[in-house]
Ligand binder design. Sequence first.
Ligand code: SAH
Ligand code: SF4
Length: 350
Amino acid sequence: MKNILDLNINELQNYFEQSGEPKFRVQQIYQGIYQKGYTNFDQFTNLSKKLRQQLAADFVLRSFQELERITSPLDGTTKFLWQLTDGMKIESVIIYEKKRVTFCISSQVGCALDCKFCATGKMGWLRDLTVGEIVEQVLQMKELAERPPTNIVFMGMGEPMLNYDNVMQAADILADEAGLNFSRKKITISTSGVLPGIKRMADEQRPFRLAISLNAADQQKRLQVMPIAKKYPLEQLFEAARYYYQKTRKRITFEYVLIAGFNDSLQDARNLVALSRKVPCKINVIPVNSIDENFPAPSQESVARFEEAIQESVYAVTIRNRKGWDVQAACGMLYAENEKKQLKLKTDKL
Ligand code: SAH
Ligand code: SF4
């Protein structure tokens, strides 16, 4: 059955036109789904019973099953593991930070790019998410969050630029004035540096924010942890970043996952500062959530030292406070834990 969350307002309008319904039905449906948060078609009491039945016969409105939910006692960070209709699993996260409420969502099941420090990379690529599956993560979490989201970031599982069309359609739906009306400037697409996607976002003048995961400030180091750096070397990545800025005039955010003994020295900080001068940007330093002993988390002192070294020279630096992540683990890790559990259940049965 089709998922109604796959459809943008024009597509839904076509559906109603074909069913001989007036156009304003679309507004009613969008309001019900995105503003009132209805989870099934019976709740649309402003529609006739016949139409409700027709909708229920043609579409699903929710397709996820919640498998796990873990909340950090430290800061309320909440991670969800959802099961999709084909049995595949994805994660999404709510992060509370003062007034900010960030919804971190997935774009693919797994990821093909195999960054060495990333738990999702270990899964390999299983499939792309549909538009509806991307949108549903936001709707599900909106029902469960303490406060409505202030930011939506594509920093969960997967590489958004390798599922470009679905990611952009989902972001457009979330921003549609007739529905959730979420601010386009508060939606961030994060990429590991897939150049064609960055160029396309610039050419299409997409109104969302762009984040690029740098993670190392020189090509050789970057190659060690991010195989994608071979295909799209750092120099070309910065050309693309400059191109993006020229076209959109939007400041890019560079993410830098800080790994002890690998990219946290003063020289690394200097290299990062030198790079950051090439294009107007902000820098997000993220202490690594260690997935194995090869990628140890930096000490608090080392994070502070690194921050100090780059702060004066860079327009804006934020160190992501990830207290909650200590108990939750990084994206992809809840999935991995769950897989292990399932395996144990299976072997116990033998
Ligand atoms: N594929 C995209 C978006 C998903 S990853 C990208 O790479 O940008 C989102 C962010 O999480 C990236 O900046 C990535 O570098 C970071 N990340 C991955 N594994 C991590 C870990 N173990 N600890 C901290 N951050 C991690
Ligand atoms: Fe994929 Fe991003 Fe993880 Fe790299 S960091 S493996 S691109 S999800």
